[in-house]
Design a binder for this molecule. Structure first.
Ligand code: URP
Ligand code: ZN
Ligand code: ZN
Ligand code: ZN
Length: 485
């Protein structure tokens, strides 16, 4: 066979095994995996390196307006470049519907933002904030286009769709094999806490943390799972940040709920103490759910190790610490007027590798699952997330020994800060390929804007998962009937 590229002499790691071997690539796909492969128009020496499935970033906000109209600093060019420098081959940002918009117009807008600019393969999760009858009627067409997941919010006044709205969406998702992702925080608890804090004049960034209590997340996770169970739909809980939330997820999974979940590096790396830095510095660390405490960090790591989470995602939500982002509403705005989110798409995998694999918290196989393989399976990227013949040549070659101190320019994003500044991280991606193209090599960007492709995703196969549908849901068949034991 003729190979365009052969990656030679590295340690290949997949979710299942690890071996020394060569990878032959042709037409953007992995064509052969063997002890040694001859030939190749281009040969990449991976001696002393780890050869991993390229990361799949399944939670990031790119070229997206927040509900209050703040645009992220990263577009599909800078966002995909930063993702690639962080070891990712593919990313799945959100296409966000704001109230009053048709889904067709939203998808068209994001296609226009992504197609000319992305250096990585991409897809979208559709955010639905306005589930009117017309909007719900558009969803089957969205699934047919290969957008097979969406996100709904239980919080933020302009985004949250209420329990009945969630049931409508979960029901349609189940019928079409789509997966519903949920941002779970109790909106009324948050609003009530905001009122209480405002009445006491407590509006500095540090009050963001108590305004969004752990119980707000726990209650909403529990409610979201109950809603999904009523209609036997699958559910993905994003950015779990609390002990209580993780425990509910674990218990419900063990009890057979059709449930997936993720956590994010910021909840492992930082605590709410960062919100209390001098002046308005704390604004950089405002994200929702908020940063928690050190005890929670340990608990989340133990849940990562135990398999509670399918993936660790960045939740990259880049708003600069200037008047275009965090301080759009003034240099000393009250915390509820500061955009929520922090950047981290380039740090997700180095952080997880350095603090997880090298510190013995997770295995290398866990790292591959959490960074790539599980996201591919859960979100229907059927040719990605593994190193085996037939899969896309989405590959990241890592130097597991290189140590670097984190700086903002290393992120290659459009931001003016990184929450990971100054951390000493060992293990960095050196060469990142997407569909056989070299995107990043030894610190150099090698891909052109628009070289990434939209990937139509498969329906999410939860048919084999155990399920639960409340008897009351079957109004016609079940109402007034004896219920079988
Ligand atoms: O604070 C965050 N995470 N902002 C991004 C939007 C979201 O809720 O995921
Ligand atoms: Zn040739
Ligand atoms: Zn969220
Ligand atoms: Zn998010």
């Amino acid at each position: 066979t003729h190979f365009e590229t052969v990656i030679h002499g590295g340690t290949v790691v997949t979710a299942g095994e690890s071996f020394k071997g060569d990878i032959g690539i042709s037409d953007g796909r992995i064509a052969a995996v063997a002890d040694t492969l001859a030939g190749g128009d281009r040969r990449i020496d991976a001696g002393g390196r780890l050869v991993l499935p390229g990361g799949i970033e399944a939670h990031c906000h790119i070229a997206q307006e927040s509900s209050s109209g703040v645009m992220t600093a990263d577009d599909y060019y800078s966002g995909s470049v930063s993702a690639a420098f962080g070891g990712n081959s593919t990313f799945v940002p959100f296409a966000a519907q704001h109230r009053g918009q048709s889904i067709a117009s939203v998808i068209e807008t994001y296609d226009g933002r992504a197609a000319p600019n992305s250096v990585l393969d991409y897809s979208y999760h559709l955010i639905i904030s306005d589930p009117t009858a017309e909007v719900l009627a558009e969803l089957p067409g969205v699934f047919a286009r290969g957008i097979t997941s969406f996100k709904v919010f239980m919080t933020y006044d302009l985004m949250n769709i209420g329990d009945a709205g969630m049931l409508d969406i979960l029901t349609i998702a189940k019928a079409h094999g789509a997966l519903t992702m949920v941002h779970a925080e109790n909106n009324e608890m948050v609003k009530w806490m905001n009122r209480r804090l405002a009445a006491a004049g407590l509006t500095a960034p540090k009050y963001h943390a108590p305004s969004r209590p752990e119980l707000a997340e726990e209650e909403a996770i529990n409610r979201a799972i109950s809603l999904a169970k009523l209609v036997d739909a699958a559910l993905f809980i994003v950015h779990v940040s609390t002990r209580g939330g993780a425990e509910i997820v674990r218990r419900e999974k063990l009890a057979g709920a059709k449930l997936f979940a993720e956590t994010c590096p910021q909840y492992l790396a930082l605590t709410r103490a960062a919100l209390d830095r001098p002046g308005m510095e704390g604004a950089k660390y405002i994200c929702s759910p908020p940063l928690r405490d050190t005890a929670t960090q340990d608990v989340l790591w133990s849940h990562i190790r135990a398999g509670t989470f399918e993936s660790v995602s960045s939740d990259h939500a880049p708003y600069r610490a200037d008047a275009t982002g965090k301080f759009l509403n003034g240099a000393d705005a009250a915390y509820p007027k500061i955009a929520n989110g922090m950047p981290g798409i380039a740090m997700r995998l180095p952080y997880l590798f350095s603090e997880g694999v090298l510190k013995g918290r997770i295995t290398l196989a866990d790292f591959v699952r959490l960074s790539s393989t599980n996201a591919a399976r859960v979100f229907g990227l059927d040719r990605k997330g593994a190193i085996a013949p037939g899969f896309d040549a989405d590959i990241a070659i890592w130097n597991p020994q290189e140590s670097r101190r984190v700086t903002q320019p290393m992120q290659h994003d459009n931001m003016d800060y990184t929450p990971f500044e100054g951390m000493e991280i060992t293990g960095w991606p050196e060469t990142v390929m997407n569909h056989g193209r070299i995107v990043v090599d030894k610190g150099e960007l090698r891909a052109k804007p628009g070289s990434g492709r939209f990937i139509a995703r498969k329906p999410v196969d939860t048919g084999a998962m155990p399920g639960h549908r409340a008897v009351e849901f079957d109004v016609v068949a079940g109402y007034g009937q004896e219920i079988a034991p």
